[in-house]
Structure formats: structure tokens, C-alpha cells
Design a binder for this molecule. Structure first.
Ligand SMILES: [Zn+2]
Length: 146
């Protein structure tokens, strides 16, 4: 069952490879838990959030769903590395919030974790916010290092 978010366009959530091939059908690749969580955070934090920017000619195109034609994945395959990322399962995004550094956003999420409908993971100590819904334990917010 898919969920179309209020605040985010599909192009912000998938790479151009997938968007160009599947169009609106690509919603099916995104975990509804992730999409609902993003809408709830966006509503409560009250500031613009930025994921992919490729539609407007920006540099970000791998911050949401990643396919095997995306550079990060292609590089891992070329180097014969294992690559298992929540981004490839439609369960992760990297984002920024206007006017806040990533650590402030992570602290805001921890402080406001009561609003979260599902358990999430946040990547520690990176200059963007990585959020995914891969975790399913009882803790609302789990931090991880890559
Ligand atoms: Zn791709």
C-alpha cells in the first residue's frame, strides 16, 4: 500500500534512473513508513527539508531510493564490494533542514520522538541527516555508524 506524502515530490525521493523509467509507478518502491515519518517531521519542524535536487538541476540525486545505475552502487559493484543499504530498499533518505545543522536536526528528532509513528535509525555524526525505517526494535530512535 503506497502513501503519497504531502510535502515531498517523487523526484525528491528517487533517483532520475528510476523516475525516468517508472514515473509515478515508482511510489511503490518507497516504504510508506518512511514517507509518513517524513511528513510528520516536516509538519512539526515547520521548515523546508531538502532531499534530492536533480529535478531543479541540483547535485543531489542519490539521497532517496538508489538503483543499481546510481554512482554509489555502481562503484561498489565495480569494486566487488557488498552493498546493502536501506536506500536500495526505499527505506532511507538523506536530507537537510533549512537553517539547522544536521546535529540540531538529530537532537530535535530525539527530543520529539513521541511524534514518530515508527522506529527509525539515524546515522551518527554526519553532516547530513540520514534517516531510515529499517529498525524495528522497541526503541523509537537508534543511532548507527556506517
Ligand atoms: Zn539510480
Amino acid at each position: 500500500m503506497s502513501y503519497e506524502p504531502i510535502y515531498f515530490d517523487l523526484e525528491e525521493l528517487v533517483c532520475p534512473h528510476v523516475f525516468n523509467k517508472y514515473g509515478a509507478m515508482a511510489w511503490q518502491f518507497l516504504d510508506p513508513r518512511l514517507l509518513k515519518t517524513l511528513d510528520i517531521i516536516r509538519t512539526r519542524i515547520g521548515k523546508p527539508m531538502f532531499i534530492n535536487s536533480w529535478k531543479e538541476g541540483g547535485k543531489f540525486d542519490e539521497r532517496g531510493f538508489r538503483c543499481i545505475q546510481c554512482d554509489i552502487v555502481k562503484k561498489a559493484i565495480a569494486e566487488d564490494k557488498l552493498y546493502v543499504s536501506a536506500h536500495m530498499l526505499g527505506q532511507a533518505v538523506d536530507f537537510d533542514v533549512l537553517g539547522l545543522i544536521s546535529e540540531e536536526v538529530r537532537q530535535w528528532i530525539v527530543k520529539n520522538q513521541g511524534i514518530l509513528p515508527y522506529a527509525i535509525r539515524l546515522e551518527s555524526a554526519v553532516s547530513w541527516v540520514h534517516l531510515d525505517v529499517r529498525e524495528s526494535n522497541e526503541k523509537k530512535v537508534t543511532f548507527f555508524k556506517p
